[in-house]
Structures are given as C-alpha cells and as structure tokens.
Design a protein around this ligand. Structure first.
Ligand SMILES: C[S@@+](CC[C@H](N)C(=O)[O-])C[C@H]1O[C@@H](n2cnc3c(N)ncnc32)[C@H](O)[C@@H]1O
Length: 262
C-alpha cells in the first residue's frame, strides 16, 4: 500500500517544512491537506497517511481512524521496577555493557527496556521491516519528551529500517550478545497499546529456518523468542519455555555456545 505525507488540519509554516523533510527522507509524495478529514483523505488518495503534527508523526493505515504514533508503551512502567526482574531481561541474561539486537522493533518498548539495562556502554539495534513504522518510531525515540528517565536510553537505540534476516546476514559471527524476536502474534490478543491500527500493515512474517540459522550464528549469549503461548515455534526451534502463569504470551530462550561456529 502506498503512503502519502501531509500536515495537520491547520498547518503552520514549520509543519509544512517538516512534512517536506519527511517526504524527502522516505521518498514519498507530499499532498496538501486542504482541511480534509482523515476519512476524506483516505477516500481521495486510496493510500496510508503519514500526518505531520507539531508534537509527533501519526500514521493512519487506509481504512483506520485510529492513528499509530510513538510512545514508550509498556517500557514506561517496566523501567520503574528493578530491571533484573523484568521477564525479558531475566530470561535473556542481558547485562550492562552488552549488545542487543531486537529483530522486530515495533513500538520499541522492549528495546527501550533493553537499552536502559545495557546503559551507555552497551548497544541496542532495532530492525523494523515496515519503513514508515521504522521512521515514525525512529523519530519518536529521538524526540519524545514525556519521560525524562528514559530519554537517554531511547536516543541510544539505533533503528534499522530493514528485514531482520537481511540485517543479520551482514553481521559477523558471535557479534551480538542477545538476539530477540517478537513477531506478530498469529492470534489477536487484547493489549493496552496503540499497535492495533498496525495489525494489517505490520510485517506478519513468522520465524523461518533461515532467520533462526542466522540468529544462532550471530548470537553470543542467548536468543529469546516472545510468542503466543500456543505457538509451536518454541518446540520447533528448540527454545526452552519460561511459562508465565496467567499471561497470553511466553518467552523462550536458547543459550548459545560460541565454540564451533564458523
Ligand atoms: C509484535 S511487534 C513487536 C513489538 C515490540 N517487541 C515492542 O516492544 O513494541 C512485531 C514488529 O516486528 C515487525 N517485523 C515482523 N517481522 C519482521 C522481520 N522479519 N524483520 C523486521 N521487522 C519485522 C513488524 O512489522 C512489527 O512492527
């Protein structure tokens, strides 16, 4: 689906310039808003809409009236508790100074938690295969002002607008401490998140043999999968499940051995 860039309902010259930058960055057409509603714009353009507002970017996939925009989501409360007790940190063994590759960035909540954990000495990369989503989240991570204790951690995340497998293929063997995958659930669950508008446009791809083989080559410490508790991928790919009672998703972990890798 094509995406077009436009402005707020009553744009200032600053917003107009910003829309120009966004459309150039993403090589997308910029169209005049002409005080049209979202519904009208969808009907006229038959396209997803990326709207530039003063405070943030909003993405309206065709047919959706609820926007997707960046906010720290669950990272806001997860980083207020001791990080060592966060299920992702605990399961992965992620330590300060480590490197972390999030293969499925989404809203970046997990990456923010990981970035807070690894600190200034660590590194966090986040791959997102949907280019507009990668851009909205990348800009949000740099600009979000509502959560001072997370600002540095958000800014340190390096967003990679790419499919995770293509990115993994470029990395050296044993070069990342923890590799994390959280593909879209194949069954819908109710989550407190504005991710719902992206159910259609987000990459629905699931783990593949090639993805796993690359992750096993590149990971130094562990590979972590988050998936619906009914997912067969835990067993299919040899993850040890950490069952979390009363939750719809589980984490699975593979601890890596760095010897015998080419
Ligand atoms: C369930 S969401 C991840 C949520 C994320 N863990 C968070 O904390 O917000 C999955 C995201 O990964 C993206 N995705 C799925 N497969 C991918 C792949 N092979 N490479 C890169 N991104 C992928 C989807 O477009 C979607 O945005």
């Amino acid at each position: 689906m094509k995406t077009v860039v436009t402005t707020a309902y009553r744009p200032t010259s600053q917003i107009f310039e910003q829309a120009g930058r966004v459309s150039a960055d993403l090589s997308l057409n910029q169209i005049p808003r002409n005080k049209r509603s979202i519904e009208r714009l969808h009907m006229d353009e038959i396209a997803d809409l990326l709207i530039c507002l003063k405070e943030r970017l909003e993405f309206y996939p065709l047919g959706k009236n609820e926007p997707f925009f960046f906010h720290p989501n669950s990272a806001a409360f997860r980083t207020k508790r001791p990080l060592g007790q966060d299920p992702l940190i605990e399961v992965s063994g992620l330590q300060p100074g480590d490197s972390f590759l999030d293969c499925t960035l989404g809203l970046a909540s997990d990456s923010i938690v990981a970035s807070q954990r690894v600190g200034e000495q660590g590194k966090v990369f986040g791959c997102e295969s949907h280019p507009v989503l990668a851009y909205v989240v990348g800009q949000g991570l740099q600009q979000y002002g509502g959560m001072p204790h997370l600002e540095e951690a958000m800014k340190r995340i390096q967003v990679i607008s790419s499919d995770a497998v293509s990115f993994l293929e470029k990395l050296e063997t044993n070069s990342i401490d923890v590799i994390y995958m959280d593909p879209m659930f194949t069954e819908e669950i109710t989550e407190a998140s504005n991710f719902t508008p992206l159910r259609g446009p987000a990459d629905q791809g699931q783990l593949t043999d090639q993805w796993m083989a690359e992750a096993e080559r590149v990971a130094r410490k562990s590979i972590v999968l988050k998936a619906h508790f009914r997912s067969a991928d835990f067993e299919r790919y040899g993850f040890t499940r950490r069952v979390r009672p009363n939750t719809k998703f589980h984490y699975g972990v593979i601890s890596c051995h760095t010897t015998n890798k080419q």
